[in-house]
Design a protein around this ligand. Structure first.
Ligand SMILES: Nc1ncnc2c1ncn2[C@@H]1O[C@H](COP(=O)(O)OP(=O)(O)OP(=O)(O)O)[C@@H](O)[C@H]1O
Length: 251
């Protein structure tokens, strides 16, 4: 579904990503791990269109996407969350999900102004979808709260729901467990696995919580100082000497 080949990203004199390649197949949970500053978020930013990579090829569902702007990439079915939650804080929880759907499809301004039957039908469907995903992430009772007033863990779940209402094929999560308590992390674990099994979504994940990564990943890519270090199943990665050294070297 997603194929990244020889991706590099240079910021001035710093080669933040150096020759990273990875694949995500249908219904796979793939993690990218590595010490702080390894270049993981930069890889995400290149794949999702926030940065234009210095070099490399990125194809999604067979189409080259490197250099496309983020909104075009998300319309192709690849959506992401951010390391620092980005919601519309002054809007309600449900409004956040409605806006996400509006931004995702080309809505016709005139039909919106005239409130044509087809527009009303779409509005109804958007509302149903929003309610469905709020229920799934346990936020339905809070639908009319301001998003900015939610607890941190709830905001993170809302971000995932906001991605899911757009019906993605690939969901990219940047450190979704950061700042969550153990119970919230377990719920997140279940949610991610359910997205794969019940909704056929592939997941690309950056995460420092090794319990979560090792428990849910089909395969793991390790990067260190921008460079690919290893890739394999959780069991292969756990016992890889280079990986152990890179992590111990961090302390
Ligand atoms: N926009 C930017 N301009 C200049 N340097 C950047 C930019 N974005 C990232 N970097 C640098 O690139 C390197 C990789 O950063 P990146 O955030 O991708 O690492 P990371 O693996 O995601 O780290 P962490 O786990 O701490 O989030 C770092 O040295 C960082 O300072």
């Amino acid at each position: 579904m997603l194929s990244v080949r020889d991706l590099s990203m240079r910021f001035g004199g710093l080669l933040a990503v150096n020759g990273v390649s990875l694949d995500v197949n249908e219904r796979e949970i793939i993690s990218i791990i590595g010490p702080n500053g390894a270049g993981k978020t930069t890889v995400f930013n290149c794949i999702s269109g926030f940065y234009k990579p210095t070099s490399g090829q990125i194809t999604f569902k067979g189409k080259p996407v490197q250099g496309l702007p983020d909104f075009k990439i998300s319309r192709l079915g690849m959506v992401r969350t951010f390391q620092h939650v980005r919601l519309f804080n002054r809007m309600t929880v449900i409004e956040n999900l409605l806006v996400a759907q509006h931004r995702h499809v080309n809505t016709n301004l005139l039909s919106g102004l005239l409130k044509t039957p087809s527009y009303r039908k779409k509005e109804g469907e958007a509302m149903e979808k929003a309610a469905y995903w709020l229920k799934k992430v346990d936020l339905l009772p809070l639908a009319n709260r301001e998003a900015g007033n939610l607890a941190y863990g709830q905001q993170r779940r809302l971000e995932i729901a906001r991605c899911m209402v757009t019906g993605p094929d690939l969901l990219m999560l940047d450190e979704p467990a950061a700042g969550l308590n153990p119970k919230e992390t377990r719920d997140l674990d279940e949610l991610i696995v359910s997205l794969k099994h019940d909704y056929n979504v592939s997941i690309l994940l950056i995460e420092h919580d090794m319990g979560l990564v090792m428990g849910i990943s089909d395969r793991i890519y390790v990067v260190s100082q921008g460079t690919p270090l290893a890739n394999g199943t959780p069991d292969e990665i756990k016992t890889n000497e280079d990986v152990i050294k890179a992590y111990l070297g961090e302390d």
